[in-house]
Design a protein around this ligand. Sequence first.
Ligand SMILES: Cc1ncc(COP(=O)(O)O)c(C=O)c1O
Length: 390
Amino acid sequence: MTGKRSAIRIANRLEEVGFSDIVQIRNKVLELRAAGQPVHAFHGGEPFFETPDTVKFAAVKALTDNRTRYAPSSGIDPLREAIAHKLEMKNRMAAGVDDVLVTVGGAHALYAAFQTVLNQGDDVLLFSPYWTPIRDMITMAQARPVMVPTETARRNGLTKSLEHYSTPATRAIYYNTPQNPSGAVFSRAEAEEVAKFAIQRDLIVFADEAYEDLVYEGEHVSIAALPGMEERTITCFTLSKTYGMTGWRVGYAVAKEPFMTGMRKVVLYSTNGVSTPTQWAAVEALATPQNAIDARREEFRLRRDLLVKGLNELGLECNLPAGAFYAFPCVTNISKSSRKVAEILLEKAHVATIPGVVFGAQGEGHVRFSYSVAPEAIEKGLEALRKVLG
Ligand SMILES: Cc1ncc(COP(=O)(O)O)c(C=O)c1O
C-alpha cells in the first residue's frame, strides 16, 4: 500500500521528547572507570551518605512480616498520615491525608502533576536554568515550556519577567526552590510575588521542593502555604535527597481537588503505587528527628564552602549557592561552550561535571559540580583542576 506510514514507529507525542544528556555523561564516566582511570566525580545528583540503617531495617521487617501484597495505589495510611503531619509541622501546609499521594520518587509526582493539569497547547513558565527532565516532562504532556531566565528575573523583578513571558496560553508556573542546578533559593518575598501573579492570572503552580531540607542561607518557603495558594498549587516532594533514598523511588505529591483525583488516576494506571516494603521504610524515614536532618545539612554546608572557595581561587567565578548541593561556576574563561569545558575537565583533569547548557540556554557558560562527595574527594578534585588550570 502506498502512502501508509509504517507501524514500526513511536507515538507522535514522544517524538519531541529528549533523552537525558546527564545519562550520557554518567556512561562516559563508567567507561573511564572500567578502563581503570580514576575519576573525580562531581557530576552526580545523590546525597553522599547511605540510607540510614533504621530505614533499611524497617524495609526488612516489612518483608519478614509479609507486608508484600498490593497496597492502596495512593499509599498506605500510616505513610500518608506521617506525611500530613510533616506538612503541617515543617511546611505550614494545612493538608489532610486525602490531599497526599505517594509516588515513585519526586519525578513521578511531577509527571502525574503535569499529566493531570496540562492540555495540548498550554504554556508553562519555567525558571531557567532548570532540572533537565522538567522540559521533557512538560513536552510529553503536549504542553510548551517557556523559559524565564532566573537571574534576570530576580534582578529586574519576578512579576515583570513573568508578565513578559506570559501568553494567552499560559496555564502554569513550575517553581523549584532550592533550585537544581544553580542552588538558588527564592525568598519569602519572591514566593509571595509568584503567588500573587498566579492568583491574578489564574495560573496553577507546580512546586518542586526536592531540596527543602538543604537551605544554608535564608528560609525554605512552601508556596502552597501562602494565602490563596493551596487550591492552585501541586507540591512535589521526594525522600531521595533528605534521607539518602534515591534508589528506593519514593516521594509524594500534595494537592486539592480536582487535581488529586486526576493524579490518583495517573498513578493507578502508570505504576499502581509504590512497592509496599518501600512505603514502610518511608514511614521510618519520616520519623527521623529534625536535629539529625539539621546535622546533615551542616555536613553539606562544609562541603559547599570548601568547593566554592577552591573554584573561586582557580578563577572559576562561583556564587555561594544558598541551597541544594550544587555549585554552578562561570567557566567562560576556559571556553564559551559548556560542553567543551566539561569535556576538557573530564579528559585533562578526570573531573566529571555536567555542562550547564543541558539545564537550558540560560545555563550556558557554566558547569554544574555536585559537592555531595567526601571533603577529601573535593580536595583531590580541586588539586586535579589546579594542575590543569592553575
Ligand atoms: C529539582 C529536582 N526535582 C525533583 C527531583 C526528583 O528526584 P527523585 O525522582 O529521585 O525523587 C530531582 C532529582 O534530582 C531534582 O533535582
